[in-house]
Write a protein that binds this ligand. Structure first.
Ligand code: ADP
Ligand code: MG
Length: 229
């Protein structure tokens, strides 16, 4: 089927147009619009329950809108099949989940290897896994089981997993929520370097004004809509 093209295919990596999403009778997003440029780091704020995670899930193709359109790069993903969404997610998106979503009975190394295996096949690069574990300060824990780690260590595994396959879009749901300030700042610097060194796009949810200010721009969800700064 023919798919609609985004208005500015070269400049935007994420575009939401009049997006609606409800759960049962509860309307969460009611006409949300958002544009994020390539190479931009956008912080997203909003009260608890305002729909931040919902919006991230829609952008990542984990969930679908009831109405409106979502574009990633020049593709309208709104009508993608489940297979197309899965394929796109594996190729383009690194998602740092609020509650990590790690596989508890696998080692750190295996968890971080998964996106590489899904993308390139089973032989994909142990060097890359080691390098990204080193960047998050977990080189010495590579062969620990996930359930042996602290919350902060698990969060850093989740970050390593999201970055390992060098995705063009990084989606982060409170990525430093379990980290002490110094470790959190180091991780933010790592995320920020993805944008400025490699031209990637970051969409990051945070509750902290201080952390939000790490981004290039801050948007807020309120009453089901996104208010751009
Ligand atoms: P935030 O991340 O901003 O705290 P969420 O996007 O997680 O908020 O949730 C927004 C609202 O939608 C909340 O009221 C939440 O209870 C509801 N919600 C989220 N996901 C579901 C779901 N899968 N089923 C039913 N309600 C949901
Ligand atoms: Mg949330």
């Amino acid at each position: 089927p023919e798919r609609k093209k985004a208005l500015h295919p070269t400049a935007l990596s994420i575009q939401l147009t009049n997006v609606h999403k409800r759960y049962g009778r509860q309307y969460v997003l009611r006409g949300a619009n958002l544009r994020v440029s390539r190479g931009e780091f956008l912080s997203l704020m909003g009260e608890s329950g305002s729909g931040k995670s919902t919006l991230l899930n829609l952008v990542a193709g984990i969930d679908r809108p009831d109405d409106g359109q979502i574009f990633l790069f020049d593709q309208d993903i709104t009508d993608f099949t489940d297979d197309e969404l899965t394929h796109l997610r594996r190729r383009k998106i690194g998602f740092i989940f609020q509650f990590f979503n790690l596989l508890p009975n696998l080692q750190v190394f295996e968890n971080v290897s998964i996106p590489l295996m899904l993308r390139y096949g089973i032989t994909a690069g142990p060097e890359r896994v080691r390098s990204v574990l080193d960047q998050v300060g977990l080189a010495d824990k590579a062969h620990h089981m996930i359930h042996e780690l602290s919350g902060g260590e698990q969060q850093r595994v989740a970050i390593a997993r999201a970055l390992v396959a060098e995705p063009e879009i990084i989606i982060a749901d409170e990525p430093t929520g379990s980290l002490d300030r110094r470790t959190g700042d180091r991780i933010l610097e790592l995320i920020r370097s993805q944008v400025h060194a490699a031209g990637r796009t970051v969409l990051m949810v945070t509750h902290s004004e201080r952390i939000a200010a790490t981004g290039d721009r801050v948007a807020r969800i309120r009453d089901g809509q996104v208010q751009d700064a």
